[in-house]
Design a protein around this ligand. Sequence first.
Ligand code: F0G
Length: 360
Amino acid sequence: MKKSLFNQYKKFLPITHKTPEVTLGEGFTPLVKSRNLSNKFNCEMYFKLEGCNPSSSFKDRGMFMAVSKAIENKKQKIICASTGNTSASAAAYGARYNLETFVIIPAGKIALGKLLQAMAYGAKIISIDGNFDQALKAVREISDNLGLEIVNSINPYRLEGQMTGAFEISDELDGAPDFQFMPVGNAGNISSYFKGYKKYMDAKKISKLPKLIGIQAENSAPLVDNKIIDSPSTLASAIRIGNPASSKLAKDAISVTGGKFIKVSDDEIINAQSILAKEEGLFCEPASAASLAGFFKYAESEDDYKGKTLTFILTGNGLKDPEVAKKYLSSKIIKTSSKIKDIAESIQNGKSKSFIRRFF
Ligand code: F0G
C-alpha cells in the first residue's frame, strides 16, 4: 500500500512513536466535480465519495485512528452503538487487528448491507429493542466495567481521524471550499471537519473556513428544532438520532463558520438520492443524499453560493441500503426472449412483445 492516512497526515494526528500503524487503505477518496448540477446552479459543486472507503463509509477515517490508539493502549475489545456504518467499520478493523468487536444496534432499524457487513467481519452483534440513543447510553454505561474501548465518535480519536476529510479536500482544491453541505446524525463528522479546517487554518494551509451547513432529517432534527427528539424517525436510517452526542461541538462549528442547520423531508432525500444517481452517476445512501437535499432547500432562499465552490460529503455507498433503493429508485426492466430479433426490438421500442415490469 503506497499511501495511508496514518503516514500522510501524521503531523496533524495524535500519533507518536508508540502508535502502531493501522490501515485498511482508508481515505484518499475521490472528489468528483459535478457535470450537470453545477451548470444549473451557477456554482462549482464537488462530491466527496466517502462510500469509496474500505467499509464503504466515512467511518473508516475515524476508525483507523481509534483502533491505532486502542492497540497502543493495550485494549483487546472494542464496542460501539450504531445506526449501521460505525458497526460495519468497527467490525472490519476489529477483524483485521484481532480485537473482539461488540456492536449494539437498534433491532430492525439498520440497513441490510450494514448488518451483513458486521456479520461478515465476525462482530458480536447485540440487537436491542430500542433506538440508537438508547444503544449509545448503554455503551457509555457498561463499557468501562467490561474493559471495552468505545469506538463511537465520543472517542476523541475518532474525531481526530475524521479531520483527514477536511485535509484532503483542502489539499485537492488548493484551499477550503466556500460552503460544505453534510448530513448530521450524532454530529461527530461535522465537528471533525470543523476541527480539521481549523487545524489547516492554524497551519496556514488554507486562508478561510467553509460555511458548514449541517443537514438533518425532518423528524430526526434535534439540532434544527433545538430539542431532544425521543422517537426520531426517517427512512435515512443512518441519521435517525434524537440526541446527538456532539451537539455542542456541532453548534460551535455552525456559529463560528456562519453556517446553519437545515432539515429536509424523506421525499426530498429520495429526490436528491435519485438526482445524484441519475444525473451525476453517484449512488450514495439516503443519509448522504440529505446533503444535496439540504442544498436545494438552501438555494430556495439564498443566492450567496452562486459563483462559489461547494463540497458535499456523500458519507456512504448506496449499496448499503438496498431496501430503500429497491422501494424508491428501481426502474423498469424490459423482459424478452433470447431471440436476437426480440432483443433488438426491445432496444428500439423500449418494450417487447412480452411485458414490462418493475425489477423487484
Ligand atoms: N451519513 C452516514 C452514512 C452515517 O452513517 C452517519 C452516522 C452520518 C451521515 C452522520 O454522521 O453521526 O457523525 O453526524 N452514522 C453513525 C453510525 C451514527 O452509527 O453509523 P455523524
